[in-house]
Design a binder for this molecule. Sequence first.
Ligand code: C5P
Length: 241
Amino acid sequence: MAKDVIIACDFSSEEDTSAFLGRLGDRKPFIKIGMELFYSAGPDMVRRIAGRGYKIFLDLKLHDIPNTVKKAMANIAGLGVSMCNVHASGGIKMMSAAREGLIEGAERAGAPSPLLIAVTQLTSTDDDMLRNELLIGASMNETILKYADNASSAGLDGVVCSPLESKMLHEHFTAKNVPFITVTPGIRFRENDVNDQKRVTTPGEAGMLGSDYIVVGRPITTAADPCEAYDRCVRDFTGRL
Ligand code: C5P
């Protein structure tokens, strides 16, 4: 699996997204489209951007009963995206149904089935919330490992996690000889503002900790020269260029 940088396109309209992508010249990076843009610009926007040659991680974090998630995933597979996700807290049946829906939808569209990854615990969830609000007695790391095991049992490709969790998960799955990818946000260059991220690593550190994909937003999207920032991310993270 080749490591890659995914640019988080957290813009509120297709116009702003296209204007940003236009600034990257002939680069066709892997980009992430999240809920904000999807719910304003819709599935046709995703089809149009995918049709222009961009690989897309559609970050909609599905969580519903298995049948509903399966049908929604079959539709997502027809949009031409390369990666999508669900909440692992929906359970193994829901995650298996998501995988089945993607396979069915991809077959119908004559397209490859997208990578499917799970969100274990949101980074906005802390130990106090886990115990006192969600009434989960296990520790954060125990729940992350268990949810990742569930995702793997359901046939998912990996999880979204912090670079430090990525190291723990790679050790866990390597010991079991099971392929498993980690997709990690919370990336900053040394000189960047941390913004609202709590624990951050540089692209180079994330590479050393074993992340397969890093998700990078503002360090690229708000850079004076986004091409330079993107190329630097790819170089530091993958060693390519
Ligand atoms: O601008 P920045 O690099 O902080 O953007 C990171 C992206 O990754 C955002 O789209 C954010 O929603 C997403 N993300 C995150 N932390 C998670 C999951 C997703 O920052 N745990």
